[in-house]
Design a protein around this ligand. Structure first.
Ligand code: B1M
Length: 215
């Protein structure tokens, strides 16, 4: 990434400088900065924004605006990522969604793009999904992996609810479960009996491939 110390994505997002952020993204892509590094810069910006929100330095409208800026930036980055997708055979299938009570979907959408770029067939169920929806779709589509996204401390419990519902439906042994989201960690994944924890989209992809025995 170009070492433009003067540009702070968080600051630009905070100040609702959409044009500045988009110009920065375009400039980075023009100098062939790897798209994942550009995304990392944007994600760090959103994290900082979240930190300011948690100490009362900004409010919901800024979070919404930050999310919108991230989305607009992703529209610029997505074609570059997709262009990197070479003719590859289908490596597996992923069903992904954000759990019940949770409306955060930027990270899930990013995971979707990264898995698709790597040759996975991806079905994105959306957000705020009850456990029964996961169970029904897993029964119908028989994916190799299910990704459960949760961004709120209160909604991580829903990841456990989905895993328990899979057990009750005799589906748990038929699908690998990866959990992700800002408040999630390996300990939580172990506690609820997930197969893996995805710290970010790339880590999730690495773990998915390992679970499927793909090198
Ligand atoms: Co919300 N929010 N938010 N928010 N928001 C957080 C999560 C928060 C940490 C901010 C903070 O206080 N510091 C905080 C949660 C605190 C907590 O519970 N511990 C919070 C809060 C409190 C809330 C509300 C409750 C605020 C309110 O209304 N009072 C509310 C909840 C609404 C609801 O869901 N019911 C709310 C609302 C919103 C917006 C709608 C305004 C907006 C979301 C827009 C959208 O998603 N369409 C929003 C945003 C933007 C954020 C922050 C700032 C950014 C989240 C984000 O998109 N990050 C966030 C701060 C933070 O996360 N530090 C915050 C970028 C994204 C690329 O990363 O989502 O982590 P992430 O995804 C990563 C990994 O986690 C991983 O890979 C992804 C890509 O690399 N991953 C997986 C995730 N899922 C995976 C699945 C996998 C694999 C990997 O499966 C294979």
């Amino acid at each position: 990434m170009s070492n433009n110390a003067a540009f702070d994505t968080a600051e630009a997002i905070m100040n609702l400088k959409v044009d500045e952020v988009l110009s920065w993204v375009k400039a980075q892509l023009a100098i062939d900065t790897p798209p994942l590094e550009v995304i990392e810069g944007l994600t760090k910006g959103l994290e900082k924004l979240g930190d300011r929100f948690s100490v009362g330095e900004c409010f919901i409208p800024e979070l919404i605006r930050g999310g919108d800026i991230f989305l607009k930036a992703m529209e610029l980055i997505r074609p570059v990522l997709e262009a990197q997708k070479t003719e590859m055979k289908r490596v597996g299938s992923l069903l992904i969604g954000t759990v019940k009570g949770d409306l955060h979907d930027l990270g899930k959408n990013l995971v979707r793009i990264i898995f698709m770029t790597a040759g996975f067939e991806v079905t994105d169920l959306g957000k705020d999904l009850p456990a029964e929806r996961f169970v029904d779709e897993i029964e119908r589509l028989k994916p190799d992996i299910v990704g459960l996204s949760a961004l709120l401390t209160t909604t991580t419990e829903q990841q456990r609810v989905v895993i328990e519902a899979l057990k009750a439906a005799n589906l748990r042994e038929k699908v690998k479960v990866i959990v992700g989201g800002a408040p999630v960690n390996q300990r939580w994944a172990d506690e609820i009996g997930a197969d893996a924890y995805g710290a970010d989209a790339i880590d999730g992809l690495r773990k998915a491939k390992a679970l499927l025995g793909i090198t």
